[in-house]
Write a new protein. Structure first.
Length: 71
């Protein structure tokens, strides 16, 4: 969740949006690289990342997460 909270900082303060993610996940950390671009406007800024209805599931291709954001 800290990783996603950090992304909301970039969206809010730096007006950056990300659309390409290369992530490496271990039991204790997430690392990776992001690609994105400056945003000309933000229609609905993300206020917070929440644990509400958080789901993480193992799939045949890896893991899948459902994350709820406050806007």
């Amino acid at each position: 969740m800290a990783f996603l909270t950090e992304l909301t900082y970039f969206q809010e303060k730096e007006h950056l949006g990300f659309d390409m993610f290369q992530l490496r996940v271990s039991p204790t950390e997430i690392s990776g690289s992001l690609e994105g671009a400056p945003l000309s406007s933000i229609l609905r800024p993300i206020k917070a990342v929440t644990f509400h209805n958080l789901e993480i599931n193992r799939t045949p291709r890896g893991h899948e997460a459902q994350i709820v954001l406050d806007v």
